[in-house]
Design a protein around this ligand. Structure first.
Ligand SMILES: C[S@@+](CC[C@H](N)C(=O)[O-])C[C@H]1O[C@@H](n2cnc3c(N)ncnc32)[C@H](O)[C@@H]1O
Length: 210
């Protein structure tokens, strides 16, 4: 059940921390009598302001979230790394990115032979952004290539295969779909990053693979 947001934001230029939690049926815990009982786990919800940036992971609220969840994770796969060095195994189609490889993200994930502790999913957010990236590297870009839903599914399926049980999946975009309960993921945190004016929020989800 959703609780009410505690709205502490006064001005968009101020960092707004709006935290609330959502009761979710969680796992089983031992009761005092030695029996197992269902416990409620809490999803962290937060809303913070940041100036918009194409380098998602450099926005301060996102940086803090990544610091928290990636601490101690050894193998971190990032197929759309952009300028970020958060991943230990990185890819980005653009040759302007310092990533270790420059493949299409779905092909990159498919050929990986690793077990990941965490996976990062920060793709282009719209068909237009996808086609701009193709054009930048001189690749032909038909209607099929710009279908973001199809690209997202292929890359998420690939990341799901290599993420270890208990591993962390962090997604950024314009929705909070994440990897989802159908793939067996438990939602841990949702961060809305508001940018002011008419910008779309950047929505970050953190999930754990069961
Ligand atoms: C939202 S940005 C990622 C930003 C990154 N997280 C950062 O903080 O710098 C999306 C990235 O995906 C790359 N990209 C776009 N289409 C791609 C594709 N099909 N395969 C791999 N990379 C792609 C773009 O070059 C861009 O750097």
């Amino acid at each position: 059940m959703f609780g009410a947001f505690l709205n502490k934001s006064q001005h968009p230029a101020e960092v707004s921390h709006e935290l609330h939690s959502v009761g979710l049926s969680g796992g089983l815990a031992a009761s005092g009598e030695g029996e197992m009982e269902e416990v409620e786990e809490e999803v962290i919800f937060a809303r913070e302001f940041s100036m918009p940036s194409r380098h998602t992971f450099s926005m301060p609220p996102v940086e803090r979230l990544l610091d928290k969840w990636l601490d101690g994770q050894e193998v971190i796969v990032d197929p759309f790394a952009g300028q970020s060095a958060r991943g230990t195994i990185t890819n980005d189609l653009s040759l302007n990115s310092p990533a270790q490889s420059h493949m299409l993200a779905d092909g990159f994930v498919e050929q990986l032979d690793v077990i990941a502790d965490a996976v990062l999913f920060d793709p282009p957010y719209s068909p237009r952004q996808i086609s701009e990236c193709y054009q930048q590297v001189g690749m032909p870009c038909g209607k099929e290539s710009t279908q973001s839903a199809a690209l997202y599914k292929r890359v998420k399926d690939g990341l799901h295969k290599i993420l270890r049980p208990g591993g962390i999946a962090i997604c950024c975009g314009w929705n909070s779909v994440g990897f989802g309960i159908t793939r067996g993921y438990e939602l841990l945190e949702v961060l809305l990053v508001t940018h002011g004016a008419a910008h779309n929020d950047t929505i970050v989800t953190v999930e754990r693979k069961s």
